[in-house]
Design a protein around this ligand. Structure first.
Ligand code: ATP
Length: 308
């Protein structure tokens, strides 16, 4: 299967400042890659290089197997881009605007109308297609921004902060749309919102001071979320010495006589043995939950580790 994006050893200098350092990654169809990083980390610079708006100082980008610098026009046909501020003309109707965008994308006359209808349908715009863009809510304007990005049915969709400024209901709708797009395309979205990555993405990538410090599947993030602590509650006070003797248990932190934090070796999770021991002793188990780090905790620990 052809990779939709192959970015290899990307560097970008602004004068002497190196904004992006040796960034390499790939994107496949069916992946939604969340691109995270603190302010000034290099997200926009990287996204603009991927879209062909900024030339890398060195390194190479292939879009759907086509080299972006050698064959920009062909490579860009596989790309749809939503900048952080959608390029909308407020005096046009939704239909007129998409017509104009379709012409810019080079769609033929016969392809144009079906493409507009399909994009409107996918983005939930059919009910407002005759309305002036300036009169639409921010949520509908954002959907329209996405519609112009997918109008020519590109393989790769790049979305810069797609949910900024939307209300919670609109955010939920746009995230559902992104997940749906991810099933048949490859999507990259940049965001500051960590929950957005867990909610909409299949993969996450964190950039810090120009360098990638994490590229993981959302499933693979589980290993970073383990704290090695079980939260245990019982109705009757257990004998902590006998629990501490169970293989895998490192130490027991008693919050109260019946609420414990049991620290364990990650390679030997003692949940089953603890459950069995507590039940057998008649201490009445009420809770046994692994404590997990949040995305925020992971993000902070990864970026703090790399501070100069
Ligand atoms: N045109 C430019 N000229 C000089 N320096 C720039 C330019 N654009 C970006 N930079 C610098 O490059 C670094 C990376 O910026 P970039 O905009 O890519 O980061 P970002 O992760 O998108 O940040 P934000 O989340 O704040 O948008 C920053 O230090 C920024 O000041």
């Amino acid at each position: 299967m052809t990779l939709l994006i192959e970015a290899e050893h990307l560097y970008r200098y602004y004068g002497k400042q190196c904004a992006v350092k040796d960034v390499s990654f790939t994107l496949k169809r069916g992946e939604v890659l969340g691109f995270l990083g603190p302010n000034g980390a290099g997200k926009t610079t990287t996204m603009q290089m991927l879209c062909g708006l900024l030339t890398p100082s060195s390194g190479s980008i292939k879009i759907n197997g086509v080299d972006l610098s050698a064959n920009a026009k062909t490579a860009k046909q596989s790309l749809g881009y939503l900048p952080d501020t959608p390029p909308l003309y407020k005096d046009l109707t939704v239909q007129e605007y998409l017509h104009y965008c379709g012409q810019l994308h080079g769609l033929s006359k016969t392809a144009l109308l079906p493409a507009i209808s399909q994009a409107q349908e996918r983005c939930g715009l059919l009910e407002v297609k005759r309305r002036l863009i300036g009169q639409l809510s921010k949520g509908f304007q954002q959907r329209l921004g996405i519609a112009q990005a997918i109008l020519h049915n590109p393989d790769v969709i790049i979305l810069d902060e797609p949910t900024v400024g939307l209300d919670p209901l609109q955010i939920r709708e746009i995230r559902a749309l992104i997940r749906e797009l991810g099933q048949s395309h490859g999507v990259i979205l940049s965001t500051h919102i960590l929950s957005e990555v867990q909610d909409s993405c299949t993969h996450v990538q964190i950039i810090h001071q120009g360098q990638l410090i994490l590229h993981e599947s959302i499933a693979g993030l589980a290993q970073f979320m383990d704290t090695g602590i079980l939260q245990v509650a019982t109705r009757l006070a257990p004998d902590t010495d006998s629990l501490a003797a169970i293989p895998g248990v490192l130490r027991i932190e008693a919050l109260t006589a019946t609420h414990l934090h049991i620290h364990y070796r990650l390679s030997a999770n003692p949940s089953q043995a603890l459950t069995a021991a507590i039940i057998a002793a008649g201490w009445e188990l009420q809770e046994l939950t692994p404590l997990k780090k949040s995305m925020e905790d992971i993000f902070i620990s990864l970026t703090e580790d790399k501070r100069p």
